[in-house]
Design a protein around this ligand. Structure first.
Ligand code: GDP
Length: 365
């Protein structure tokens, strides 16, 4: 399953947001380093299409695609040198597919700020610098090992050395590695390095309760959005505190609450959706009276590869797939009607799956 790491300075609202994610009881306390153990929370990717399929098939069960969030606390200035909670946390981040950085955008005199004042850009630059320093260490180590080989005439390492030098230049220019244009081959080479700033990044602007209902962004959020737009990263505005409250409500109560604050979707759902899109994920469905299921796949995957997401045996024994677009069942109201309209297609091994495909796989076991 896909993993998204939550980072940010202490006391910006990470554990509060994480509580909303797991609805569990990680302590959100008003002092730094309250959260020590890394925690994992799995959330369902909201999709109204799955809800409609559940109705149309009168399914007994609904299962949604999921994303895993990992709460990575303790990253502060000096972490890459082993200060604060240091290096153990960096290794937690290495295992994630994308990062969410929570940035404090609310004023509250009761809640201390580790840097003494609220300043979202300064804060995120502290975290980003630590991530860049950690990457720099990785790159230096590899270069120290490979550069002498390259000099000694070992052609097999030339490509990697060239790439490492390119990455180093980027970091020396104080730029995250994810803003670098890389070829497919370079990206493949990178995969084993365990770098941090190559990961897709989302900024979460954690605003106060009062700011959420307000159409206009407060000054902190405005600055953050401007900064993020320059870097090319999305910003999701949420109030971690409200999300934590929302997560304790029943579905109908939740809707009422959202209506009251003038929102259609919770901030957490927006975050999940943004992460999903940023990772280039698409959705296909399997549907029947027993179960409707949404599955995440990476854009460009073929039908047998997607069958393999459900079960590895399905990929091996794949014969063909019966497929129709979600729009067809939405229009005609039942699978039978879709069939009567001749809209169920038979697709083979080379078919590239499309977002919204409803599938029935045929395979040999
Ligand atoms: P972490 O150290 O980043 O995990 O931060 P916490 O989630 O523990 O939050 C630190 C403090 O800020 C706690 O007392 C939270 O209740 C408070 N807090 C978090 N989000 C908000 C918010 O949106 N508004 C206000 N007023 N307080 C918040």
């Amino acid at each position: 399953s896909l993993k998204v790491g939550i980072v940010g300075l202490p006391n910006v609202g990470k554990s509060t947001l994480f509580n909303a994610i797991t609805n569990s009881s990680v302590e959100a306390a008003n002092y730094p380093f309250a959260t020590i153990a890394p925690n994992v929370g799995t959330v369902m990717v909201p999709d109204s299409r799955l809800d409609l399929l559940e109705k149309l098939f009168a399914s007994k069960k609904k299962v949604a695609a999921t994303i895993e969030f990992v709460d990575i606390a303790g990253l502060i200035a000096g972490a890459s040198k082993g200060e604060g909670l240091g290096n153990a946390f960096l290794s937690n981040i290495r295992e994630t597919d994308a990062l969410v950085q929570v940035v404090r955008c609310f004023d509250d005199k009761e809640i201390m700020h580790v840097e003494g004042s609220v300043d979202p850009i300064r804060d995120l630059e502290i975290i980003n610098l630590e991530l860049m320093l950690a990457d720099e260490q990785v790159i230096q180590k590899r270069l120290q090992r490979l550069a002498p080989k390259a000099k000694g005439g070992d052609k097999s390492v030339l490509g990697e050395v060239k790439l490492l030098e390119k990455l180093q230049t980027q970091l020396n220019n104080n730029q995250l590695l994810n803003s670098l244009e890389l070829t497919d081959e370079e990206q493949k080479m990178l995969r084993g390095f365990g770098l941090l700033t190559t990961k897709p990044l989302i900024y979460v602007a954690n605003v106060g309760e009062a700011d959420l209902g307000n159409e206009d962004d407060n000054a902190y959020v405005q600055k953050l959005k401007e900064y993020a737009a320059n870097q090319g990263f999305p910003v999701v505005k949420i109030s971690a505190k409200i999300e934590a409250e929302l997560s304790e409500l029943e579905a109908t109560e939740k809707l009422l609450f959202l209506q009251e604050i003038g929102a259609t979707q919770s901030g957490l759902d927006q975050l999940i959706q943004t992460a999903y899109e940023l990772l280039g994920l698409k959705t296909f469905f399997t549907a029947g009276p027993q179960e409707v299921h949404s599955w995440a796949f990476v854009n460009g995957m073929t039908a047998p590869q997607c069958a393999g997401i459900i079960h590895t045996d399905f990929a091996r024994g794949f014969i063909k797939a019966e497929i129709y677009p979600f729009a067809a069942i939405e229009q005609h109201g039942s699978e039978k009607a879709v069939k009567d309209h001749g809209q169920i297609r038979l697709e083979g091994k080379t078919y590239v799956m499309q977002d919204g495909d409803v599938c029935f796989f045929k395979f040999n076991v």
